[in-house]
Write a protein that binds this ligand. Structure first.
Ligand SMILES: [Zn+2]
Length: 572
């Protein structure tokens, strides 16, 4: 490609609204443009990177036996009703009506559609199957932000495995785990596997691949000592022990005028430190009022509450719902003596005595509460948010918590979709059984962004060779110099002949502009052709990552670059 003919609209300044490095740099270096919130156009450079990311993903999924499909984006709403996901994913589903009143969904994922096709499988002898596609998804994210990291329209590789039993699913799940590990290595994305919540996807287990980055939207709890790693939506920890002192004979009510919060009660005379209080929350789980009790210094993790109860709709109760249920307002709530209401208590409260909690009477609390003696707990659950420094559940060493980008997510679905959609096969005994499924996703553009988050410096992007828009740029410093022009063009053609994905910067621009653009865009190698070097028969070969340059005789330049690129690729 001749740069003078190319559309590469680099910007002098950072876009005003961009915080994440990938957002800022991909816009500024001319890879993407925003059309509206969470919707981006791929410009030619962005399109090239996207194609290379998809190429790596495709190779690795084909290597484990994937067969490529292309499914539609328009789905009948009815099929989403049958699996219950019209409700479960309601918040992010784009729905629409066609001109004949038909109700449609824009596909946010394709379990329903692939499972419908799997209905054509009839015998266990046809299993296992592994089907995939690389295709557009639509999700109505409430807060699209950070460029390509959180968008409403994006490309995803989604694969689906079909097996006769759980062992088969385990094998396909493990094959994907290994394929994903190779994909992230080749992309240059240091992703670690973590235990995750399956959320609206359902099923028995899932693993996310997480890339540590401040631009991420997830938090990961990780143990540097034993390697335990989990999304905080799922993570557990051993709570720090608390000394409760001598048990009281019975709870004692005392007035607490003006006390509304855990912090208020900490400083109130005769109050209690947060870890010796009981936090009483009221939630509506699929419309059913439910009391959730936590240690005063703990925060609820709503995803854990949803996972442990299986509720589809989880929301805090409104003020009036709370008063109707308990007869008191938030700030004075408690569960002592409550009957006929579901009470979920966090495990951190088990065995705790001498606790302080609201009395269900405005401006009053109870002290001397023994949780197991005084509260009719329906279920003990783990719904607290893990904090950095708490002891690892496996080895007891302190956990660290870091922000991360979810680069991929793989699920063991089991029969969650095959049962409602009737995808059964006959097993060896001739009995009809539902197919055991897994599903496996990687967001293409999000991984482009993750690469940039990990590989950039103060001059711009530093693409790994594997996904660079071009592997090398030949920069002709002075286009009007005939020798420079001829030599630069020859080296460019030699690079192409050697299989290097190259571009030649033949623009009539100042050298500084050309160098800055090349560094901003992040081509891994630059061959600089200028009159001064040519007088000595040399050009300069510069590696973007290290910034180091070497002089190479003209005739050897293309081979030198090709060798370095081949060496970099061989490492992957
Ligand atoms: Zn550990």
């Amino acid at each position: 490609m001749r740069w003078s003919k190319a559309f590469i609209p680099t910007l002098r300044d950072d876009p005003a609204d961009a915080e994440a490095a990938s957002h800022r740099l991909l816009v500024r270096a001319g890879f993407i443009r925003q059309l509206m919130a969470g919707v981006y156009s791929m410009l030619p450079l962005g399109f090239r990177v996207r194609a290379k990311v998809m190429g790596i993903i495709r190779e690795e999924i084909e290597a484990i036996g994937g067969q490529e499909f292309l499914l539609p984006e328009l789905h009948p709403r009815e099929i989403w009703e049958r699996t219950g996901r019209l409700e479960a994913m309601r918040d992010i589903l784009f729905t629409l009506e066609d001109s004949r009143g038909g109700e449609l969904v824009l596909g946010p994922t394709h379990e329903e559609i692939f499972t419908t096709i799997a209905g054509e499988l009839t015998s266990y002898r046809q299993l296992p199957q592994l089907w995939y596609q690389i295709q557009t998804k639509f999700r109505d994210e409430p807060r699209p932000k950070a460029g390509l990291l959180r968008v409403r329209e994006f490309t995803m590789k989604d694969s689906y495995s079909f097996d006769i039993d759980a062992e088969g699913l385990d094998r396909q799940f493990d094959a994907h785990f290994d394929a994903y590990t190779r994909i992230f290595e080749r992309l240059g994305v240091p992703a670690i596997p973590v235990v995750a919540s399956s959320g609206a996807m359902g099923g028995s287990g899932s693993v996310e691949f997480m890339v540590a980055s401040e631009a991420g939207e997830d938090d990961v709890a990780h143990c540097p000592s034993c390697g335990y790693a989990a999304n905080v939506e799922r993570a557990t920890a051993r709570p720090f022990p608390v000394e409760d002192g001598e048990p009281a004979a019975a709870p004692e009510r005392f007035p607490t005028p003006g006390v509304r919060t855990i912090a208020d009660l900490e400083t109130f005379p005769g109050g209690a430190v947060a870890e010796r209080q009981i936090k009483t929350l009221v939630y509506m789980l699929d419309g059913e009022p439910t009391i959730v009790l936590l240690r005063g210094d703990d925060a609820l993790m709503e995803q854990k509450l949803q996972d442990v109860t299986g509720a589809v709709e989880v929301r805090p109760a409104t003020g009036s719902e709370i008063v109707e249920l308990l007869g008191a307002s938030p700030g004075s709530l408690g569960a002592v003596g409550l009957q006929d209401v579901r009470i979920l208590a966090d495990e951190a409260l088990r065995g705790r005595r001498n606790m302080t909690t609201g009395a269900n009477l405005d401006d009053h609390h109870l002290r001397g509460v023994d949780v197991e003696r005084d509260i009719a707990v329906s279920e003990w659950v783990d719904v607290r948010t893990v904090r950095a420094g708490e002891p690892c559940p496996s080895c007891g060493e302190p956990l660290e918590v870091f922000r991360a980008i979810e680069a991929g997510h793989i699920f063991k679905l089991g029969t969650k979709y095959s049962e409602p959609l009737g995808a059964t096969v006959l097993d060896a005994e001739g009995k009809a059984v539902p197919i055991v499924m897994g599903s496996y996703g990687i967001g293409v553009e999000r991984n482009m962004a993750a690469v940039v988050e990990v590989h950039h410096d103060d001059k711009g992007i530093v693409w790994p060779v594997s996904v660079a828009p071009y592997e090398a740029v030949v920069t002709i410093v002075k286009v009007s110099d005939t020798d420079s022009w001829e030599t630069g063009k020859r080296i460019y053609e030699e690079l192409l002949a050697l299989g290097v994905d190259a571009i030649v910067d033949d623009r009539e621009e100042r050298p500084g502009v050309k160098f800055n653009d090349a560094e901003l865009i992040g081509f891994p190698y630059r061959v600089t052709v200028g009159p001064r070097g040519l007088a000595d028969g040399v050009v300069e070969v510069t590696e973007r990552r290290s910034g180091t340059s070497e002089e190479v005789v003209v005739a050897a330049a293309a081979a030198r670059v090709a060798d370095q690129i081949a060496a970099a690729k061989a490492l992957l």
